[in-house]
Unconditional design. Structure first.
Length: 113
């Protein structure tokens, strides 16, 4: 039974076994990139997106970072020690944390990068 199903499914494939013509095997450079309304490429690296996330202010002396609200998409839990006036950065995802009340966007220095 399995051989009949496997053989029939191989017949409908448009490619031969030796060629890698499925979209799964195309290099990333050949894939189209999204463009905005003016036709300019709207591609930004992940580091640019993470910079847009505001600094998370925490009441405690230690921040807990797991990468976000969905545990299956996050990273191992990291406990980050917070110092007054210093912005600490998660080594896995790049989220920034500071102690509440001591964070000043202009004067605080960044640790961890």
């Amino acid at each position: 039974m399995f051989r009949r199903i496997a053989a029939s499914s191989l017949r409908v494939l448009p490619c031969s076994r030796t060629s890698l013509c499925t979209p799964l095997f195309r290099p990333f450079s050949s894939l189209p990139r999204p463009a905005d309304s003016a036709g300019v490429e709207a591609y930004k690296p992940a580091q640019e997106f993470i910079k847009e996330v505001p600094v998370q202010e925490v009441d405690a002396a230690v921040a807990r970072c797991d990468g976000g609200p969905r545990p299956e998409m996050g990273h191992p839990v990291e406990f980050i020690k917070l110092t007054d006036g210093v912005v600490a950065v998660c080594k896995y995802c790049g989220l920034r944390y500071a102690r509440k009340g001591t964070y000043n966007a202009e004067k605080s220095r960044v640790m961890g990068h």
